[in-house]
Design a protein around this ligand. Structure first.
Ligand SMILES: Nc1ncnc2c1ncn2[C@@H]1O[C@H](COP(=O)(O)OP(=O)(O)OP(=O)(O)O)[C@@H](O)[C@H]1O
Ligand SMILES: O=C(O)C1=C[C@@H](O)[C@@H](O)[C@H](O)C1
Ligand SMILES: [Mg+2]
Length: 169
């Protein structure tokens, strides 16, 4: 079972913070977005473009199920993976941490990073919509919520360690 499962919208820092947290705990890091890309043999943007979001979500649900079953370290989930009801059920009993981010910060952060297929056109209004839709799902799944707006990724990682009393291996 993963030590910690990170959830949150695009730009919340799941990949960045997850990698740092794993490093500090001395455990492996895994990101289901990378798992999906490996299975599909192409980047997420191309999966959306060639096969559509539904096909991506099916690959994602399978990747999350597999990672939850076999990964022992820190696991970051794709931002929209919690839209799937079966995935939400699988997350029960896991140490799920919600990385919370405000709209302004999220817009800034995704603007800095590589293209995200759902945010190509008008990232601010797309992000606002998906954050509003998903907030109750993220909140309902989390055993810990960390507001990240005023923290560096390393500080977020340290807060998770402290709040969950996680020891390095
Ligand atoms: N706490 C933070 N403070 C400042 N910048 C951050 C923070 N967390 C992440 N970032 C930056 O924001 C960008 C997006 O972060 P990251 O890719 O980790 O988000 P994500 O939650 O994994 O997004 P996605 O759902 O699209 O995979 C990166 O450029 C990263 O360096
Ligand atoms: O929030 C989302 O729906 C997404 C987030 C990313 O992690 C990727 O899984 C993909 O870009 C979709
Ligand atoms: Mg990510």
């Amino acid at each position: 079972m993963p030590v910690v499962v990170l959830i949150g919208p695009p730009g919340s820092g799941k990949s960045t913070t997850g990698e740092l947290l794993a490093e500090r705990l001395g455990v492996a890091f895994r990101d289901t977005d990378a798992d999906v890309e490996q299975v599909a043999g192409k980047p997420i943007g191309e999966i959306f473009f060639d096969d559509g979001e539904e096909a991506f979500r099916a690959l994602e649900a399978a990747a999350v199920g597999k990672a939850l079953a076999e990964h022992e370290g820190v696991l970051s989930l794709g931002g929209g993976s919690i839209l799937d009801a079966a995935t939400r059920e699988l997350l029960a009993g896991h140490t799920v941490v919600y990385l919370k981010v405000g709209l302004d910060q999220a817009v800034k952060r995704v603007g800095l990073a590589s293209a995200r297929p759902l945010l190509v056109l008008n990232p601010r209004s797309q992000l606002r919509k998906l954050m509003e839709e998903r907030r109750p799902l993220y909140e309902g799944l989390a055993v810990l919520t960390v507001p990240t707006d005023d923290l560096e990724p390393g500080e977020v990682a340290d807060q998770i360690r402290a709040e969950l009393k996680l020891e390095s291996e």
